[in-house]
Design a protein around this ligand. Sequence first.
Ligand code: BEZ
Ligand code: FE2
Length: 403
Amino acid sequence: MKILLSDAVFTDGTVYRDHGVVFDKTIVEMAPNDELRERYAGQCSELGEGSVLLPGLINSHVHLEFSANRSTLTYGEFMPWLSSVISSRDDLINGCDDGCIAHAVDTMLSNGITAFGAVSSYGFDLDACAGASQKVVYFNELIGSDPAMADALYGNFQERLFASQQIEREGFYPSIAIHSPYSVHRVLIQKALKYAKEKSLRVSAHLLESPAEREWLDNNSGPFQNFFQNFLKQSQAANTVEEFLGYFDDIPTLFTHVVQARDKELSQIAQRGHSVIHCPISNRLLGVGALDLQRLSSHDIRFICGTDGLSSNYALNLFEEMKIALFTHYSDDLPALAQQLWKGVGIHAAEAMGLNCGTIAPNYDADILVTRVNYPINDQLPIHLITQPPRIESIYIQGEHIR
Ligand code: BEZ
Ligand code: FE2
């Protein structure tokens, strides 16, 4: 059993001054340092001034296979970006070998990310994810709107899914991602979701990311029109938004972006118990607009946070993501937003991803960051931790000292 006594524990929106945590693989208790010193004399590690214990951070959306990108892809607007992804895809994918993917996983760990949701397009990140120290929700992605290719694409998806299901390790969860409403044929979606329900798999999908997507799905027009005509000889969107959302009615899903959703769609998202993943840096770089957090909250939808991949980010770092979010949503109340962001990388993310972590409380997995700040701790610590990120001194996952 380990007992860490800190200057502050920050979890679930509360700063507990002079508290410590007792844990094995799971957390036994959190209590005032004085109490723990008495009850566990000689067994406590005193972390000292400026020490802050945090739950390990959860990155709910990343594409590791695109980790080679630095300056290849075109930023500013969604359609030019998507075209650049398609034309540079082979170079980027081939430019990221096992070492490159393992490096991205390790970078996330050094940034305090102890669990992540990896959307895998090809299965090339499987070994690195299987070998990761972190908890991994491994989303095998299904893509393809061309009915002529449906069987082949489903077959390839199934092969990757089955390969991920072969990997036995606690904390590795084979799951399903439906790429988006514009890129997956309904027959494929329905088949994959039926399987997800039968096997109780987690499900994720990109949804209503760009204005171009909105226009294509609503009116079969806009910047996607040329793209689909040239790329797939299609003049009609694979699904309307209403049809697409309806497929997920009885399977709570992690929907990524959702920037362009209307009230009716947000009501359905709320009513069906779905979650929204917010990737503010990606949204800015792809010029898709900013998620309206106040509107989400008026529908009682909690957002969680993701970095997206290095295909639309310059870092895989949730401290950076929270900082950008804090400034993106400048008309939202600062202390309240900081708290929402912390929950979006903590307890709310864990709940949405079906993980037993994200909080420092009895019976949760002991996924804990030992961090240190070089400034006085006060009630506004949740803000300071974002604007002046702490140094991460040690990381525990399921009670094991990882670094
Ligand atoms: C499709 O197969 O329909 C598709 C693939 C990638 C991007 C957009 C659409
Ligand atoms: Fe994504």
